[in-house]
Every structure is written in structure tokens, then in C-alpha cells.
Design a protein around this ligand. Structure first.
Ligand SMILES: C[S@@+](CC[C@H](N)C(=O)[O-])C[C@H]1O[C@@H](n2cnc3c(N)ncnc32)[C@H](O)[C@@H]1O
Length: 225
């Protein structure tokens, strides 16, 4: 399956708040059903080894559900967390606040983030496929520069199995029309192992590329301490 960059409805700035937030609610359902938080929490456990505090930025944080999971994980482990969520959509900020996300929120395009902002760990989930190749190269270097300890990209494996599962599942579960459209489109915008190998080599960034269930790539690297 070649990477196909069909536009996602979610990226259309003309979307109204109700539609965007409806899609965020269904994304959270999908994240829960696909155990999407586990690889991020495993990565954070490694990053937190030998430490009792950690600052974490979630890029393309959507409705903040990953940050809420991270907050609960930190509380269980007794790790003091300084959490931040970045998303360019103002609807994301409102949704995350109303859901009680315990994080500072930054509403901006990621490349517009203040140059002084750095974090121990920078993560993102289901975000990288929103970027085109030149932006992905920039993003990989951006992650390395913004993270002191490490960074993680968790994103979709472009493959017909998840494509069919998402196409059918979002319809069977009567998910929001935006998710029914953007779900399969996102998988076509997703990645193969070869894509990531090429991208990290071209960006000049050292990274580990790991397949994680169900049909995701976890790409991670060290920051600039
Ligand atoms: C598919 S959602 C993922 C949300 C969440 N991370 C999750 O796992 O469900 C992608 C999010 O990235 C945001 N986004 C897309 N491009 C962005 C950019 N250039 N800068 C900041 N946020 C962006 C969108 O507004 C959207 O909320």
C-alpha cells in the first residue's frame, strides 16, 4: 500500500466545535479499545527510571485523554509530573479542560512553539501521520531539540488489515462521520518500517523503530540533555 495523503476532515480549519469534539470523543473510545496508551506508559516508565519527577509534552494532544492516563500512571507510581498538551485546535483545549485534564495547554501549531520551551520527554500519538514528508523530517529534529531525555512517536502502520478493521469497526460502532472518514484515510497516511528507516536517516536522527500491537510503529530516540 503506497502512502496516500488524502486530506483529513479533522485538519480542515472550517470544522465546527461540535463536530471536532464528537470526533475527539470517538478517538478516545478507539484509543481505549486498541490499548493505545500502553506503549506510551511503558516508554515513560523507562524515561522515569531513577527519577521522581518528569516533565512531559504531548504533541497533537487532541482531547487530552493520553495526558489523563499519564497523570493517573504518575499518581500510582508516586512520580511528580509536569504535564503539557499542545494542539493547534482551540476546540481541543476546551475539550481537554472540560474533561479535567491536569495539564498546561498550549494552543499553537507545533512549529510555532516558543523556542525556549523544553521538556524531559516529548510524546505524540496518532499525530505524525498528519504531517507530510518534509514536515516529518523537521518534526524529528524538532523532537530531538525539545526533549532533554527522550521522545516517542506512536503512529499507524499502513497495512490493509488495520485499514479494513477501522473501516468496518467505525461503521459498525456508528462512530462520528469525521472518524468514519478520517480513520481509514489516516491508515493510508500511516507508515511502513521502510518509511521510518528512510525518514530518520534523512533527518540525521538516531532512533529505535519498533512495531507494537495493534499495527502501530513506536519510533523513539534520545533528547539533547
Ligand atoms: C488524530 S488527532 C490525535 C489526538 C490524540 N493524540 C489521540 O491519540 O487521540 C491529531 C491532533 O493533532 C492536531 N494537529 C494536527 N496538526 C497539528 C500541528 N501542525 N500542530 C499542532 N497540532 C496539530 C489536531 O488538531 C488533532 O487534535
Amino acid at each position: 500500500m503506497p502512502r496516500r495523503l488524502t486530506p483529513e476532515i479533522m485538519d480542515d480549519p472550517g470544522q465546527d466545535e461540535e463536530a471536532f469534539r464528537g470526533a475527539l470523543r470517538d478517538l478516545e473510545r478507539l484509543n481505549r479499545m486498541t490499548f493505545a496508551y500502553a506503549p506510551t506508559l511503558c516508554f515513560l516508565a523507562r524515561m522515569a527510571r531513577g527519577r521522581d519527577r518528569l516533565s512531559v509534552l504531548d504533541v497533537g494532544a487532541g482531547g487530552g485523554d493520553t495526558l489523563r492516563r499519564i497523570a493517573a500512571w504518575g499518581a500510582r507510581r508516586g512520580i511528580a509530573l509536569d504535564l503539557a498538551g499542545l494542539d493547534r485546535s482551540p476546540w481541543a483545549q476546551r475539550h481537554a479542560a472540560q474533561a479535567g485534564t491536569p495539564a498546561r495547554w498550549i494552543t499553537t501549531d507545533l512549529f510555532e512553539l516558543d523556542a525556549t520551551e523544553r521538556f524531559d520527554v516529548v510524546i505524540c500519538s496518532l499525530f505524525a501521520h498528519h504531517l507530510e514528508d518534509p514536515e516529518l523530517l523537521r518534526f524529528l529534529r524538532w523532537l530531538r531539540a525539545r526533549a532533554r531525555r527522550g521522545w516517542l512517536i506512536l503512529d499507524l502502520h499502513r497495512h490493509w488489515v488495520p485499514w479494513a478493521a477501522v473501516w468496518a469497526g467505525t461503521r459498525l460502532m456508528r462512530m462520528h462521520p469525521m472518524v468514519r472518514h478520517d480513520g481509514p484515510v489516516s491508515i493510508r497516511r500511516g507508515f511502513s518500517h521502510a518509511d521510518w528507516k528512510e525518514l530518520v536517516a534523512e533527518a540525521g536522527v538516531e532512533a529505535k523503530i519498533r512495531w507494537v500491537a495493534p499495527f502501530r510503529w513506536a519510533v523513539s530516540g534520545s533528547g539533547m540533555a
